[in-house]
Design a protein. Structure first.
Lengths: 114, 117
């Protein structure tokens, strides 16, 4: 069965510092991994995805994620955090048998302080 | 990518009533889905809305409680029937198969925040 885990409910970082939001996955077969961001009172916005190829994936708003097969991780990163990055971040994996089914992590609240 | 709208954006309803949520896309899409996000929780897939046929429901969700329609390739509705306070959630539609968008990626509407008293 496919699943992702986000071990941190909340991440606090100062503006200008690098940020990391963690995600680990458990899949049978090759993982299709995604990151989404949810701002207050908004829907989910797609940030980036990994299907195959380079382990470092670049996405929207300066975010990137590193796929690590040996550690089964797909951590979201940004070199320099902005206050406007404060939001709820979800990691997701696509089902291997039902391609339309996405399994979402529990979410990590990112707080960027000025 | 496509512009996705949902109506209403939020509502407060009385126990025992029903609410129909609309999801409209500005271009034809292959697949549409409905999710529930309970307070402080992650997203759970309710069903896949199939164009011209009955929706495909996930375990724990039934048609009598969450009837879904998808009359064409740009529109779907989700009804939350006989509501109870436990139905208070954000309901989101999502879709894939938008021309010009990332392949295999689901895109989400802004959500409908439902509170049941």
């Amino acid at each position: 069965a496919q699943s992702v885990a986000q071990p941190e409910d909340q991440v606090n970082v100062a503006e200008g510092n690098p940020l990391t939001v963690k995600c680990t996955y458990s899949v049978s077969g090759n993982p299709y991994l995604f990151w989404y961001v949810q701002y207050p009172n908004r829907g989910l916005q797609f940030l980036l995805k990994y299907i195959t190829g380079d382990n470092l994936v670049k996405g929207s708003y300066g975010f990137e994620a590193e796929f690590n097969k040996s550690q089964t991780s797909f951590h979201l990163k940004k070199p320099s955090a902005l206050v406007s990055d404060s939001a709820l971040y979800f990691c997701a994996v696509r089902g291997n048998y039902n391609f339309n089914k996405f399994y979402f992590g529990s979410g990590t609240k990112l707080n960027v302080k000025p | 990518s496509a512009v996705i709208s949902q109506k209403p954006s939020r509502d407060i309803c009385q126990r025992g009533t029903s609410l129909t949520i609309q999801c409209q896309v500005d271009s034809q899409v292959t697949m549409m889905f409905w999710y529930r996000q309970q307070p402080g929780q992650s997203l759970t897939l309710i069903a896949t809305a199939n164009q011209g046929s009955e929706a495909t429901y996930e375990s724990g969700f039934v048609i009598d409680k969450f009837p879904i329609s998808r009359p064409n390739l740009t529109f779907s509705t989700l009804t939350v029937s006989n509501m109870s306070p436990e139905d208070s959630s954000i309901y989101l539609c999502s879709l894939t198969g938008v021309r010009g968008a990332e392949l295999g990626t689901q895109y989400f509407g802004p959500g409908t925040r439902l509170t049941v008293l």
